[in-house]
Design a protein around this ligand. Sequence first.
Ligand SMILES: Nc1ncnc2c1ncn2[C@@H]1O[C@H](COP(=O)(O)OP(=O)(O)OP(=O)(O)O)[C@@H](O)[C@H]1O
Ligand SMILES: C=C(C)CCOP(=O)(O)O
Length: 245
Amino acid sequence: MIVLKLGGSVITEKDRPETLDGDALERAADAIATALADEEDLVIVHGGGSFGHHNASEHGVTTTEGTHEAGAVMDIHGAMGTLNRFVLARLHDRDLEAVSVHPLSTAARDADGDLELPTSQVRTLLEEGFVPVLHGDVIAHAGAGATIVSGDELVAELARQLGADRIGLCSTVPGVLDESDAVIERITAYEDVESVLGESDATDVTGGMAAKVRALLELEAEASIFGLEGLEPFLAGENPGTTIE
Ligand SMILES: Nc1ncnc2c1ncn2[C@@H]1O[C@H](COP(=O)(O)OP(=O)(O)OP(=O)(O)O)[C@@H](O)[C@H]1O
Ligand SMILES: C=C(C)CCOP(=O)(O)O
């Protein structure tokens, strides 16, 4: 079973509000359609990019700073829904049986900020031959109103609960880069790379590369971070980009 995140930075133009990178999304959808011929179970999660991060930032909402305004919640969720419809359409064009699972309607954070993500619908969708597609979203948060859940957190939680064999994050960079912009092949400890890990260059409320590496290091299974050129090799069983173990 594969859990794959299509990073918002790769499927959108992250520095231009609500702008899709149509070509990149087509390429990603092509790679997925080719790989799924192998009949492997696949769960897709997509991030926000220029759809969601800008809205969240305007409303001052992050993974820890919440809102109690319905307008803010629906604005952020609405932007993510728009991007989700673009992603689904590209997958349907390639005859993939992709079905949306919206975190706002299913997930929540407890008072400690820990994510509660029911997965029985995802499991059943997989068993019935569908490709579940989740996305970063705004979700209820005990004591804080509603906060953001990143696609990266969803990937980590899905991988844990579903016992994923392979976990991949496709982003706009070819992997985690060192101080001279070379791809770091393997990361086993946060301290080893902390000095080169930063936030996203674009508007981003969920912590960029640093948050990704932190979330993936907590998993039992190995995970890969790679660029669009690494997507096909990853789905074919290779380890492009950076491996986090
Ligand atoms: N050491 C590093 N190596 C690679 N990228 C880094 C590093 N430090 C910071 N970054 C930033 O992290 C970004 C990738 O994180 P980002 O959260 O934007 O990706 P994403 O998951 O594809 O997008 P989204 O969060 O919108 O879904 C890169 O574009 C870069 O700006
Ligand atoms: C900002 C929102 C709503 C989604 C964030 O998900 P991410 O792009 O995976 O960090």
